[in-house]
Write a protein that binds this ligand. Structure first.
Ligand code: ATP
Ligand code: SF4
Length: 309
């Protein structure tokens, strides 16, 4: 898939020939620094990209159909019922003047016939599922903590039993303990209910603990994708290696902290060759001239680096 932002100063390619496949019931983590294109990709898959973004090529196959070729009516049927999404801002997007129960039942009524009683019972069940007592149905958003509000967003996203749930940094604004609890809950629900997850985050280390597979993005391209365990123990792309070292590691009584020098490039004018080369500690001459293809280096494991084996 390719996605451009059409600006006054010309197009900015935020997603550059990215191809992703997802198994039924799989938990895929998508990691990368701010601006690497993660949200653009998620909104592209959902076909909810606001202008000036334009999908300029590729395909996105979901349940055998290319989402990019569907018309608005077909998309409307698919969204929320087959694939749904939770944003970082979901907790602030709840309506302040209607109860959370009504907000969940509204989603159900908008997409199908259900009696008021059945919808209310199901809403209570959904709340329980995401760790909120079912008797909080009549609460208003302001009566809940940030973590609780984000859980309501997840309950709404799960209301119609989608087969794909996309989560775009849903826990970034929350403290680490609440974040961990919510992640564990999503993982548990996903295992129990069998839906697939695309979880977007800037926190690679956290994603490696929770995902089946992880895709690492850099400047609009996929740098590496592979089984989480393998990326954790033997990352092959220097960017993945750098991101993993960018989190504190404890050695005896000392904590080492490393950060990748430099900043990600502007996508308006990205570096030639490998986009990571100005920051790469092992770059060779070829790197500034030729862009590395994503190549397979092991079962289900690929990296876009000239030196990766
Ligand atoms: P973050 O973690 O900060 O949300 P991200 O990895 O999700 O970052 P995106 O929000 O998808 O990244 O943005 C990817 C790139 O697309 C940005 O670096 C920027 O160059 C470009 N971009 C995003 N929105 C616009 C816009 N409205 N106009 C022009 N360019 C944009
Ligand atoms: Fe570094 Fe070259 Fe590999 Fe890019 S292709 S990550 S610059 S070694």
């Amino acid at each position: 898939m390719c996605i451009d932002y059409i600006t006054d100063r010309g197009p900015v390619r935020a997603i550059d020939h990215v191809s992703l496949d997802l198994e039924r019931g799989e938990f895929l983590g998508v990691a990368g620094e701010s601006g690497s294109g993660k949200s653009t990709l998620a909104q592209g898959i959902m076909r909810i990209l606001p202008p000036p973004a334009v999908i300029t090529g590729g395909e996105a196959i979901f349940e055998g159909r290319d989402i990019l070729t569907l018309d608005e009516e077909e998309l409307r049927k698919l969204r929320w019922s087959r694939m749904s999404m939770v944003f970082q801002s979901a907790m602030d997007a709840l309506n302040p003047v209607i109860t959370i129960g009504e907000q969940i039942t509204d989603t159900m009524h908008a997409h199908g016939d259900m009696s008021a009683r059945a919808a209310r019972d199901r809403a209570a069940e959904l709340l329980e599922m995401v760790g909120i007592p079912g008797d909080r149905l009549d609460a208003y958003a302001h009566q809940l903590s940030g973590g609780m509000r984000q859980r309501v967003g997840i309950a709404i996203a799960l209301a119609l039993e989608p087969t794909l749930l996309i989560l775009d940094e849903p826990t970034t604004a929350l403290d680490v303990i609440v974040e961990r609890e919510i992640l564990e809950e999503i993982r548990g629900l996903q295992r129990k209910l069998g839906f697939a997850v695309i979880f977007i985050t800037h926190d690679l280390a956290r994603m490696l603990q929770f995902s089946d597979r992880v895709a690492v993005f850099y400047a609009g391209r996929m740098a590496e994708i592979g089984p989480a365990e393998e990326l954790r123990t033997s990352p092959r792309h220097p960017y993945t290696q750098g991101l993993l070292r960018a989190f504190p590691s404890v050695h005896g009584s000392t904590v080492e902290m490393f950060s990748i020098p430099g900043t990600p490039p502007s996508l308006r004018n990205p570096p030639a060759g490998c986009r990571f080369h100005p920051r790469c500690p092992v770059a060779v001459e070829l790197c500034s001239k030729v862009s590395p293809e994503l190549k397979q280096i092991g079962p289900g494991h690929s990296a876009a680096c000239h030196l990766a084996k």
